[in-house]
Design a protein around this ligand. Structure first.
Ligand SMILES: Nc1ncnc2c1ncn2[C@@H]1O[C@H](COP(=O)(O)OP(=O)(O)OP(=O)(O)O)[C@@H](O)[C@H]1O
Ligand SMILES: [Mg+2]
Length: 508
């Protein structure tokens, strides 16, 4: 940790921030004080106002009340460009690459010479390439952004924030959907930026990261800054205590079943010879009542395997059988009709409807809610209530899904899969962006699905989560199943070991 002189003004100071949407308060009293050359964490439950505070601090939202000061000087940040001029760049929580453009166009977006200026392509490409190298990823700046994987697109968003040479970097859950090795690379980049004097604001629900990375932490709850931790006081335990209100702190990570599923239950899903972009002839059987985890490095085929089962991509070769019949899906809704509920890793592809929360939750089972074909709002509310209440969202049933915070949206989409009357439930990173308190609730619902006789297939960006919730985990290496762990052998350490050791071995 660098030691800024005591007299240096904070790089970014937000005081008394109030922000309302309609009549609802997103922020009541947001405070944030970020010293130069430090990494400043921001934590709090889903919907606490973290993203809103960051968006105020980076010019994307104008607060109703409150002041923003940069390097000790009060300033009105009207728009992201004004923030960039003041030296503040933000990497937002949700994917916001511009489709149809190249990687370098996306990275340099917003930094082009103003109207009348000429884009110097050569210089731009060199700078974009340098920025990508700084992050440690090999992406061709000329590649169309749409050809990149979701993780690569996230890294491109980080490159865009770095490209500006900002003195304050605002990162909203940058590692949320990244698997371990990409997350590590991102953390290295962030640390290097701090050591070079940049001030960094860092939101994450992964407290191990916050503990490792941050020099100070601000805790938000219900729209107000309620606590500030500094230095050695920042431990994962202290963060959990600061964020989780109720007595629900016990075994937050552990939802593992005490009893293993009965071994005589029938096989529900059978994958045979699944081959695609990354996969090479994968066979997998999943029995009723079983939770099968899938893990592997980026590019090993984890997402592709779940997508093949979920009906997003038809396998290049091979087939999927459900209850003994070969299934071909044209799209996820088709898969759902055939008994497979799928939650994709990318929330933007999960079929979020621009409709009330209750409707998004129930969409897979509207028939149940309807009487003689009619669905009333009251009936919908009643049907949606238990699931929403279990996530503390009982009062949000009538809001449009888009008005919920990122983590709360994820809970609704997961709830949809849980409520669907599916034989097979496929969940790619079900707790992405979900706060520590609710993660346990999600683990419980996954276990409940299996206990109800569903076949569950789950991937997660954190191996701890797979070890906690799965009955067995298959490890994919370069598109093939290289190992399978269960029982006492199923630990996070063993999973990391299998993933990396097998991957390091020669491929022939
Ligand atoms: N555009 C909007 N319209 C209406 N309400 C909004 C809007 N944006 C945010 N809110 C509300 O403001 C509150 C704070 O949301 P915010 O996104 O800042 O939470 P967060 O702390 O970032 O949560 P998460 O951890 O889930 O990302 C939430 O109750 C949310 O529903
Ligand atoms: Mg947020």
């Amino acid at each position: 940790m660098s030691s800024p002189s005591a007299s240096a003004p904070p790089a970014l100071l937000l005081e008394g921030i109030v922000k309302r949407f309609g009549s609802a308060y997103a922020l009541r009293d947001g405070q944030l004080r970020v010293e130069p050359g430090t990494i400043h964490g921001v934590v709090g439950p889903n919907g606490a106002g973290k993203s809103t505070l960051l968006r105020v601090g980076s010019g994307q939202l104008v607060p109703d009340v409150g002041t923003v000061a940069v390097d000790g000087v009060a300033i009105a940040l009207r728009g992201p460009r004004a923030a960039l001029r003041a030296g503040i760049a933000m990497m937002p929580q949700e994917q916001t690459v511009v489709p149809g453009l190249t990687v370098e166009e996306n990275v340099s977006l917003g930094h082009e010479p103003s109207r009348g200026g000429v884009v110097r392509r050569g210089a731009r490409r060199t700078r974009v390439r340098e920025t990508l190298e700084r992050i440690g990823i090999a992406i061709d700046p000329r590649a169309p952004i749409d050809e990149l994987t979701a993780a690569e697109q996230r890294m491109t968003m980080l490159a865009r924030a770095l490209y500006s040479g900002a003195r304050v970097l605002v990162l909203d859950e940058p590692t949320a959907a990244l698997r371990r090795e990409d997350a590590e690379r991102l953390l290295d980049t962030v640390t290097a930026a701090r050591d070079a004097g940049t001030a960094i604001v860092y939101v994450s629900h992964r407290f191990a990261e916050i503990e490792r990375l941050c020099d100070a932490v601000t805790v938000l709850r219900d729209g107000s800054t309620v606590d500030r931790l500094v230095g050695v006081a920042i431990t994962a335990d202290a963060l959990v205590r600061a964020v989780v209100t109720e007595g629900a702190i016990d075994d937050v990570a552990d939802g593992r079943r005490t009893s293993s599923p009965a071994s005589d239950l029938p096989t529900v899903a059978r994958l045979r010879g699944i081959t695609g972009r990354e996969l090479h002839g994968v066979d997998l059987d999943v029995r009723a009542g079983e939770i099968v985890g899938v893990c592997g490095l980026a590019g090993s085929g984890v997402t592709e395997l779940l997508e093949a089962l979920g009906g997003v991509v038809g396998p290049g070769a091979g087939h999927v059988e459900v209850d003994g019949a070969v299934r071909r899906f044209r799209e996820p809704h088709d898969a759902l009709r055939r008994g497979i509920a799928f939650l994709p890793a990318e929330r933007s592809r999960a079929g979020m409807l621009d409709r009330p929360v209750r409707e998004n939750l129930l969409v897979a089972r509207m028939d149940d809610v309807a009487v003689r074909g009619f669905v009333t709002n009251g009936r919908e509310r009643r049907a949606a209530h238990p699931a929403l209440a279990s996530f503390g969202l009982a009062d949000r049933a009538d809001d449009p899904l888009g008005a919920l915070s990122g983590g709360n949206r994820q809970k609704v989409l997961l709830g949809r899969c849980v409520r669907a009357d599916a034989r097979v439930v496929v969940l790619d990173d079900p707790t992405v962006g979900v706060d520590v308190g609710a993660r346990q609730e999600i683990h419980r619902s996954i276990v409940a699905l299996a206990d109800a006789g569903r076949a569950v297939v789950v991937a997660a960006s954190e191996v701890e989560e797979l070890a906690a919730v799965a009955d067995r985990v298959v490890v994919l290496v370069r598109g093939r199943i290289a190992a399978e762990l269960s029982g006492d052998a199923l630990t996070p350490e063993r999973l990391v070991e299998r993933v990396t050791v097998e991957a390091a071995a020669p491929s022939t």
